[in-house]
Design a protein around this ligand. Sequence first.
Ligand code: GTP
Ligand code: MG
Length: 444
Amino acid sequence: MKVSSHEVNVRQEEKAVLVSLVLKSDRLTEAMIQYSLEELVRLAETAGVEVLDTMVQAKDAADSRWLIGKGKVEELKLLLDGHGANVAIFNQELSGAQVRNLEQALDVKIIDRTQLILDIFAQRSKTREGILQVELAQLSYLLPRLSGQGKNLSRLGGGIGTRGPGETKLETDRRHIRNRISELRSQLQEVVRHRSLHRERRKKTGVYQVALAGYTNAGKSTLLNRLTEADVYAENQLFATLDPTSRSLQLPNGQEIVLTDTVGFIQHLPHDLVAAFRATLEEVNEADLILHVVDSSSEMREEQMRVVHEVLQELGAQGKEMLTVFNKIDLLPRNQVEWLTAEGDLLRISALNEADLNQLKLAIQNQLMGDVHRFVLPADRGDAIALLYRVGEVLEQEAEEDGRLQFRVHVKRNEYEKHAYKLAPFITESSRDSRPEAEPGRGE
Ligand SMILES: Nc1nc2c(ncn2[C@@H]2O[C@H](COP(=O)(O)OP(=O)(O)OP(=O)(O)O)[C@@H](O)[C@H]2O)c(=O)[nH]1
Ligand SMILES: [Mg+2]
């Protein structure tokens, strides 16, 4: 994998052995274990660490002192010494005590998966918002682990088992961190406020928002670049994108929409990170349509899709209109392309194929625009009228001579499918909506 020279310079001295604990109760297949380890290797390399070896232990339960078993710790020590490694990176999250015990036993720097991901984010974030969010996530991770000395925390921790100055120092550090956390939170609140104001303004113009979401390395930024001639960093590495980028995109019918690229997801995405990145990820939540981009050439495709659904759920975006975009089909044997299935609407494309990109634009258009229906309802059908207002946007309302009411309503596809049976008897005419000009005050 490619690591930019800058990162190599920064982290050149870190040579690591990677360690993964597999719980037997998780019933992971050999392929899943292998994949998870490969992903950790990619994460480490993305962070600029040189990976010298890997080690896996299957166990019934995690050891509370070292995560892995005592015998394995000794084995690891030999491995580290043999390779001349100075870091051990664990695939699982470690407690503060485990980090200290491992450091004592192994005499190398101990890093866990969460820290590694936070580290990558710290190296990558460029915007003020991103930088604030990463610092918040790092401090939230650090605070509960600040209970003594460790190579990782040596600048911040007090002495092990010592009282007096060490403990006082620790208390000061804790207070310091708590203060900084509240400071960061209030700064981020300001960012959130700005973002939502900005979004409100965009909404008022009636321009549709479409968000690219998906597992890291699925091809989201490549799609944004190819569709909008944006110049977003897209690379064959994990977490190439951290800060959302929005570009306008013209659909085949001439209408402009806003397409937003977002940070990729990964399995076991650190909770502190999701919490801290909420403001950024809100972009997904606020979109009219989510394009779930999937690397269809990945052996772990299903697993990755599940992770994405989980994170979307955590963000409260599960009910959103979604189009699954199976990307990179150029890397799949032809006969396997048909096997790609998902719940709801889907598309099979290659970001490298111009015709596929046009197909994607059409699919977005169809998905977003819905149809305009003309309904005629008796004035006493308050229930049906209320439903009309709920499922769509009422463009026109007129009273007929016989006292019935006529409505022209723009109804989104998925809403219509859900409620069509109740409204179908009142429809008198339907047509595809083209929304040529902006309509003020489009509601949610
Ligand atoms: N063969 C092939 N490669 C693709 C396709 N789409 C993207 N890629 C490659 O996949 C790699 C990852 O692409 P990105 O666009 O950076 O992926 P991303 O989803 O933005 O990744 P993160 O920002 O890390 O979440 C790059 O090397 C792209 O060139 C495709 O359709 N076919
Ligand atoms: Mg990207």
